[in-house]
Design a protein around this ligand. Structure first.
Ligand code: NAD
Ligand code: DAU
Length: 340
């Protein structure tokens, strides 16, 4: 099989490429990535010379370029990880979220139709369902929960999901969609909660916790997300949506305290700052369909997965220090100055 992996220089797509090129030596993987601020070729360095892997720099919104690539490569499968992904950035600059996350997906869908790709898989998110109340632990998102996005990011992902399903219904394009909860693991850009807190705590800098730190996220190791995507692509039913999650709900403050404890840093580093506008209260996924239909089970438990992840950031300072030394300083100053 020849598989196009868009956004493969990012966090989840990068972990996907590292694992799947090794697991499936008989398949060929072409990674297409624009290398925005979030893309990092250092992540892919260990597989750059593999025979079954090739990196191409390009933009999923560039119709002529995408058409040419599809004509040359004749992909069997397209897995779309490429997106603008940070909620706080979408509050500041929504345009690029609509452009990449909606228009870019439409360009890919058209190319899949024209070049008769056997499967288009859209990597979506639990955020398309909106949020759940904190005092109703019995409520979980299922695949039939109505879409109710809160941020420009999640609205753009919901828009993409609707387009993907419309291409299935109208053009019979063989599509699948997965909606996953929050991921943690190696190679995550340090604007996101866990790597941000680990890198700042290691430098004895203040840890900016939004609001009272009581918002709940449902954490899954990136490895388990990718095994689920792999199963859905190979065995999932076309036209279907599959929720992915491991029943690991944690309040943000618990996650931050776990990090401080493992690093041996004091809780006095915690600073409660102004909340994110429209901040979703709680996410919680029901992955029953994926488990019963495709037999998926997560391998990581949260405590050991988090411990390994924190250790990874401690042992791989070089990877995130390169990022922190660039435009990131400006980003942090701009995004957090009004939050103090
Ligand atoms: P990321 O921000 O780490 O990586 C995104 C990648 O997409 C980057 O390498 C970037 O360069 C690339 N990209 C951006 N715009 C592009 C364009 N126009 N053309 C080509 N490449 C482009 O994101 P991530 O956390 O790895 O998320 C991957 C996917 O998974 C996204 O679709 C996201 O919505 C979804 N998702 C993420 C999580 C999470 O917790 N991180 C959870 C559920 C779903
Ligand atoms: O749920 C899946 C989604 O998870 C993905 O679709 C998104 O791409 C991904 O970015 C992530 O979104 P979140 O907004 O949940 O992740 P983030 O790491 O930005 O924030 C996690 C929680 O931590 C959230 O409640 C906000 C809070 N937070 C975040 C940052 C960056 C803080 O308290 N302080 C911070 O500095």
């Amino acid at each position: 099989m020849k598989i196009l992996v868009t956004g493969g220089a990012g966090f989840i797509g990068g972990n996907y490429c590292l694992k799947m090129t090794e697991k499936y030596p008989e398949d060929t993987f072409v990674c297409l990535d624009l290398l925005t601020y979030a893309g990092n070729l250092e992540t892919l360095a260990p597989i750059m010379d593999r025979e079954n892997f090739r990196f191409v720099k390009g933009d999923i919104r560039d119709r002529a370029f995408i058409d040419e690539l599809f004509a040359q490569e004749k992909f069997d499968v397209v897995i779309n990880f490429a997106a603008e992904t940070h909620v706080d950035r979408s509050v500041e600059e929504p345009d690029v979220f609509v452009s990449t996350n909606v228009m870019g997906v439409q360009v890919l869908l058209d190319a899949c139709r024209k070049h008769v790709v056997k499967r288009f898989h859209q990597v979506s998110t639990d955020e398309v369902y909106g949020d759940l109340p904190l005092d109703r632990p019995d409520l979980l998102f299922t695949e039939t929960t109505p879409l109710h996005a809160s941020s420009p990011y999640s609205a753009s992902k919901a828009g993409a999901d609707l387009l993907v399903l419309a291409y299935y219904r109208t053009f019979k394009l063989p599509v699948t969609i997965s909606r996953c909860s929050n991921n943690y693991g190696p190679y995550q850009f340090p604007e996101k909660l866990i790597p941000l807190m680990v890198s700042r705590a290691m430098a004895d800098q203040s840890l900016p916790v939004y609001g009272e730190g009581l918002n709940v996220r449902d954490w899954l190791h990136v490895y388990d997300h990718n095994t689920a995507i792999d199963l859905i692509v190979r065995k999932g039913r076309v036209g279907e949506v599959y929720n992915i999650g491991g029943h690991n709900e944690k309040a943000n403050i618990e996650v931050v305290k776990t990090i401080l404890k493992q690093l041996g840093k004091p809780e006095s580093l915690i600073h409660y700052v102004k909340d994110r506008p429209g901040h979703d209260l709680r996410y919680a996924m029901d992955p029953t369909k994926l488990v019963t239909e495709l037999g998926w089970q997560p391998e990581y438990n949260f405590d050991t997965g988090m411990a390994q992840t924190i250790t990874w950031y401690v042992e791989n300072r070089g990877w995130w220090e390169h990022i922190l030394s660039g435009d990131y300083k400006e980003y942090y100053a701009k995004m957090y100055k009004d939050r103090q």
